[in-house]
Design a protein around this ligand. Structure first.
Ligand code: ZN
Ligand code: ZN
Length: 198
């Protein structure tokens, strides 16, 4: 099997700010050559009420996560967080994710609006960041380089799509197959991967 191209950061219209229907995501992601997408609505995994997670009929892998907002940055979460309460402080959230076997990715860490606080990375609470976010300005993505050099953070890419046009513009390339949430978590923890612009 060839490598996998995943868009790790997609908002359906369950997110108040997104126009993107789930059905369009599944059809268009496949047409654009993606292997999979992660649904990361704001502070909710309600997507589970509308779709069966995993491999879809058209061969696309859909994995459920969420984008969790804190005052010290937004985090893409992958793990058993269907019932997770909102409003946790970032250190508390990141320790919870660590203890429950999940993964947290700092979303758009250098976005001028509510960036990820550096001490979270410095203290080892977060080691994976979005190296490329499709909605960031170029300079905001470029700034991640300083953390790569200073802390050796691992980098993923995600489109942060809120509209169909944005879907799949930025993805993460994984070397091995990913068919479900557990395999994604394992790959994010262990594997080698890289963000890419399409
Ligand atoms: Zn965000
Ligand atoms: Zn987002």
């Amino acid at each position: 099997m060839t490598s996998m191209k995943f868009d790790l950061h997609v908002h359906t219209n369950i997110s108040p700010c997104s126009q993107l229907p789930l059905e369009d995501i599944i059809v268009q992601a496949k047409e654009r050559g993606l292997s999979g997408v992660c649904i990361t609505d704001h502070d909710t995994m309600d997507i589970r009420h509308f779709l069966q997670e995993g491999m879809q009929d058209n061969g696309l892998c859909v994995i459920f996560g969420m984008e969790y907002a804190t005052s010290e940055g937004d985090f893409l979460l992958f793990g058993p967080y269907e019932q997770l309460q909102t409003g946790l402080a970032a250190p508390e959230l990141l320790r919870h994710v660590e203890q429950t076997g999940g993964v947290a990715v700092a979303a758009h860490p250098f976005r001028s609006n509510r960036p990820t606080r550096e001490y979270l990375v410095d203290h080892g609470l977060c080691s994976i960041v979005e190296g490329i976010n499709g909605r960031n300005h170029q300079h905001e993505n470029d700034s991640v380089g300083t953390w790569r050099e200073r802390y050796g953070v691992k980098q993923v890419g995600g489109s942060d799509a809120h509209t169909l046009g944005e879907l799949g513009l930025v993805t993460t390339r994984f070397p091995h197959p990913i068919r479900n949430r557990a395999e994604l978590i394992q790959a994010l923890k262990n594997g080698s991967y890289a963000p890419e612009r399409n």
